[in-house]
Design a protein around this ligand. Structure first.
Ligand SMILES: [Zn+2]
Length: 461
């Protein structure tokens, strides 16, 4: 049996008998807002872009969901709260995340560890990545426009969190799963490795009023939002999937949670039919969500606990900068920019960091649902390993999100790192991170995850 089938089964097998969640366990609040810029800003992702956006195919959204225990239920949960913000943008940086966290803490008392920002990694949104200034052909004017957008966005996100908190009211939760077939492993020179590992599971969390009326749907998928390579604002397949789910359920808010799709691409993609492909993938994903919503549900109840930490990942030693330049002849322009950037850090009298902070969260909903949030462009091995090690027939449904809080670079597994290639090593040339990770990267991340899961399960403090 292929690995991905096993993993999918593990999620579905962990579904309990059909039934409705206790109405009294949780309060949930939801909110959404359009974050499409009014003007033409530089778009994210592809370094080959030469001009800003030209119109929009659909709107970009920020959405927030807040979970907390109802006061009368589970006193032991210490009033824990989980605030998840999902974003139709390409990246999230510490600058953005920490500003939003500080605002949410100050205005609403949300602890840092309770807040997660997850980006869909659409490449058709304003370029908000921290490395843009070094690697993109941005004029001062273009950069100023982006900086202004980021400032405005961080303020809006704090307001959005406030709106979701205001919306808190009793809710029933249940999880289910389905599958969508357009994600392919891309770690092959052709861009498609048909035998490569994937995680095509579509985990779905249903949020309903006590009377059963649907209020919100969280759904995930592990795949780059890179169907499109055009010059318009667009949420790519995830944007269309959210739109289709909301159209099918008027009044409900659909939130896309990016999974561990660092080494996964949608197929087909790009080219003159790119928009058609993106809509079709969106439809495929929305159909999977509907199938899950209509299928067996595992009621979610029990104490909500959240845990947060920042793992420290180690990087390779820094080679002499000349060596770094000559090692990347094929990408001279990018390598030169990287070397100039690193030289600038040295010239400013600062140390070049040879560690990378990696924010991690775990959220446990009783014995029924465990959600892991990992930063970086997380490759699929992390989702497969977490599900393998943390689920099991009697365990909770395990949901693993990547691209959270800080998209610092690709986050390879040990296997991907040792294989090398783009996600393993080569992409580091256009990241601010100085050098690739050491081979202990996966163990560092998983040690962090394991510790947080124990905390979230109440096994340790
Ligand atoms: Zn990417």
């Amino acid at each position: 049996m292929p690995v991905r089938t096993l993993i999918l089964c593990s999620f579905l097998l962990s579904l309990g008998p059909q039934g409705l969640a206790h109405a009294g366990d949780y309060k949930v609040g939801l909110a959404k807002m359009v974050v499409t810029p009014e003007g033409a800003l530089w778009l994210s992702g592809y370094g080959a872009r030469t001009r800003p956006a030209e119109g929009k195919a659909n709107d970009l959204y920020a959405k927030a969901v807040v979970f907390e225990m109802a006061r009368e239920a589970h006193e032991s949960a210490d009033g824990a709260r989980l605030v998840l913000v999902t974003l139709d943008v390409g990246s999230v940086s510490p600058y953005m995340t920490e500003r939003v966290a500080a605002g949410a803490q100050k205005r609403f008392g949300v602890p840092r560890g309770s807040l997660v920002l997850n980006c869909s990694h659409t490449h058709c949104a304003p370029e908000v990545a921290a490395e843009r200034r070094v690697f993109h052909d941005l004029s001062d004017e273009e950069e100023a426009k982006l900086a202004q957008y980021i400032e405005g966005l961080t303020e809006k996100l704090v307001d959005l969190i406030g709106a979701a908190i205001t919306d808190l009211r009793p809710a029933r939760l249940s999880v289910s799963g389905a599958e969508a077939d357009f994600a392919f492993n891309r770690r092959h020179p052709s861009g498609i490795d048909r035998n490569g590992v994937t995680d095509r599971e579509v985990p779905v969390l249903r949020i309903a009023d006590p009377d059963g009326t649907l209020r919100g749907v969280l759904f995930g998928y592990a795949c780059h939002n890179t169907t499109l390579d055009f010059q318009q604002y667009c949420g790519d397949y995830a944007g269309f999937a959210q739109q289709y789910v909301e159209e099918a359920h008027p009044g409900a808010i659909a939130l896309f949670v990016m999974g561990c799709g660092g080494d996964q691409n949608p197929q087909p993609r790009h080219g003159p039919k790119g928009l058609e492909h993106a809509k079709r993938h969106g439809r495929t994903l929305a159909d999977a969500v509907e199938k899950a919503l209509a299928g067996a549900q595992r009621a979610v109840h029990g104490p909500l606990r959240v845990a947060y930490d920042v793992a420290t990942l180690e990087l390779e030693p820094l080679p002499p900068l000349d060596q770094l330049r000559s090692a990347n002849r094929a990408r001279d322009k990018t390598a030169d920019r990287k070397v100039r950037y690193l030289q600038g850090v040295i010239d400013a009298g600062k140390d070049i960091p040879l560690t990378q902070p990696c924010p991690l969260h775990a959220a446990s909903f009783g014995d029924d649902l465990l959600v892991i949030f990992i930063s970086g462009e997380t490759v699929v091995d992390y989702a497969l390993r977490c599900k393998r090690e943390l689920a099991g027939p009697a365990g909770p449904a395990v949901w693993v999100a990547g691209y959270c809080d800080d998209v610092f670079a690709y986050l390879p597994s040990r296997r991907v790192l040792l294989e090398g290639g783009y996600e393993g090593r080569d992409s580091i040339v256009h990241q601010l991170m100085a050098t690739p990770f050491l081979p202990n990267v996966e163990e560092r991340v998983m040690a962090g995850v394991t510790k947080l899961v124990a905390q979230a399960n109440g096994d340790a403090k």
